[in-house]
Design a protein around this ligand. Structure first.
Ligand code: HEM
Length: 490
């Protein structure tokens, strides 16, 4: 009378599904393929008593993670990240409970749609105009400029910190963290066998201890340094209004948790999550545009008609630019920022379509597979913004907005999604309006085909590539100049 499990590859009598466990990169493709092999949109694995469930369809992700939020809002134990590397303060990894609910409430209130449009849009616009101004001067450093744009936005919102145009220490800290390498959470051996944590540091298979020590130091710097700086400004009377200062001055009920620690942690997670994600997506946008000149041309024709060539796009133009909106959707779908999301975990036993999902099951939402499902997004590897637009007979598209998956699910859905959406939209509209993005040319004038590849970590980062970014019309520079007075910063 064993309860029926969700579809599972036949387990080895000793190793269980150890050998089926996707690892070594491209885990999202391997989970999708396992599902196809089993004829199911969910895949269950048992690794030495540890249950893992991968969800490969939007329907089941909605059914389990959204509708059954009371069951699936926990995060797994993650010994490497939380216990060894000291990231347990981070809301994104935190266990579901009173502390999580307090942190989530405090963070969320600063990123409601109305707050984003009323309080942050002018900052987002200013940082975007700095971005296009920088692209005009040093186009080769476009990734750096994207880091400055995202860092400029999130550090101002979070700490009232105005970044230095070059080499800002908090922008660099995020880059350092990214370079320190990150694997899919829960994919290290020590996550499967937590007792490995007890191995001495010198032991041959215990090199994870060294990585963890570095990661711990970065984690501590990330939450403490900008927070302490904001506090010093507050004491000196020089603080710029920000989330940190607002929380320090507010009398929120801290429910028995240390107030200062709570504020430091909440600000730290926003800084960490906000500085890297939009950069990644916008880098994919540059790559997509370089590879798809036809898409660029269509978006630019729309921008020429709606905006003309004498001003910058504004947020108020958004509803008149359906093709540009569709480009943003396709960027989020084509290369989702997190391909397996951040794992959820079942807080209780659950039953789904007659299948038993045990308490403690680690649940991966395979965002990549959901957004690359050929039945929903035909020809999923291609970049086709038209899929979201009305067809030739004028009938509205029924293709789901990728935002329904790319920002995660249920009670853990990304609280920064409205800010991410605004920042990415204005950046995409402004860059397409002013620039052509092309493949670089060899000395014989022939275009060099770029090698398209991505890293294999939690965040889906394109490996470095070059592209030519050139003004699209002669008055591009004056359009920027007229919009932004960099000294006065209007
Ligand atoms: C393109 C940009 C972004 C994408 C694609 C993205 C995506 C995601 C995803 C997939 C999750 C996991 C959701 C889940 O567990 O189901 C997440 C969580 C989170 N994101 Fe974002 N994010 C982006 C930008 C941002 C920004 C700008 C912020 C800062 C305001 C932010 C803050 C967070 C936080 C704090 C969490 C943890 C939520 C929790 O565990 O309850 N993200 N994000």
């Amino acid at each position: 009378n064993k309860p029926r499990r969700p579809p599972q590859p036949k387990p080895h009598f000793l190793l269980g599904n150890m050998r089926d466990m996707p690892k070594g990169g491209n885990e999202w493709v391997k989970y999708r393929d396992l599902g196809r092999k089993l004829g199911s949109d969910i895949v269950y694995l048992n690794i030495f008593g540890r249950s893992i469930l991968a969800i490969n369809s939007l329907r089941t992700a909605n059914e389990l993670l959204d509708k059954r939020g009371a069951v699936y809002s926990e995060r797994p134990r993650l010994p490497y990240l939380k216990e060894l590397s000291g990231w347990d303060w981070n809301l994104a990894l935190m266990d579901y409970g009173r502390k999580f609910q307090l942190y989530r409430r405090l963070v969320q209130q600063y990123f409601q749609p109305s707050i984003v449009s009323n309080s942050y849009e002018s900052l987002v616009k200013l940082e975007t105009w700095k971005l296009v101004n920088n692209l005009l001067k040093t186009p080769d450093r476009f990734v750096n400029h994207l880091h400055n744009m995202a860092g400029g936005i999130i550090l101002m919102i979070t700490y009232g910190h105005k970044i230095k145009p070059q080499g800002d220490k908090y922008v660099e800290l995020v880059e350092e963290l990214r370079k320190s390498g990150s694997q899919t959470p829960g994919s290290r051996l020590v996550d499967t066998f937590p007792s490995l944590m007890k191995l001495p540091k010198w032991f041959p298979f215990a090199e994870f201890h060294q990585h963890a020590t570095k990661s711990r130091a970065l984690s501590e710097r990330m939450r403490r340094e900008p927070f302490e700086a904001a506090k010093q400004h507050q004491a000196a009377g020089t603080a710029i209004p920000s989330m940190t200062i607002s929380l320090l001055e507010s009398d929120f009920a801290s429910e028995g948790f240390d107030r200062e620690q709570t504020i430091m942690d909440c600000s730290g997670v926003v800084y960490g999550a906000g500085a890297d994600t939009t950069v990644t997506s916008l880098t994919s946008f540059f790559l997509a545009m370089m590879l798809h000149k036809d898409v660029q041309r269509k978006a630019q024709a729309e921008l020429d008609t709606v905006i003309g060539r004498s001003r910058m796009p504004q947020f108020s133009d958004r509803s008149s630019l359906p093709y540009v909106n569709a480009v943003l959707k396709e960027v989020l779908r084509w290369q989702p920022v997190t391909r397996l999301g951040i794992p959820h975990c079942a807080m209780n036993d659950d039953e789904y379509n007659g299948m038993h999902i045990p308490k403690g099951t680690v649940v991966f939402s395979n965002i990549w597979a959901i957004l690359h499902d050929p039945d929903i997004y035909p020809d999923p590897e291609s970049f086709i913004p038209e899929r979201y637009l009305p067809d030739s007979s004028g009938e509205e598209s029924k293709v789901p907005d990728p935002a329904s998956a790319s920002f995660g699910f249920g009670r853990r859905i990304c609280p920064g999604r409205h800010l991410a959406d605004s920042s990415m939209w204005i950046a995409i509209a402004s860059v397409l309006h002013l620039f052509d993005i092309s493949k670089i040319k060899a000395s014989n004038g022939r275009e060099i085909e770029p090698k398209v590849s991505y890293t294999s970590g939690v965040v889906n980062i394109p490996t470095p590539f070059k592209c030519a970014i050139t003004p699209r019309f002669p008055q591009a520079a004056s359009v920027i100049d007229d919009s932004i007075d960099l000294d006065g910063e209007n």
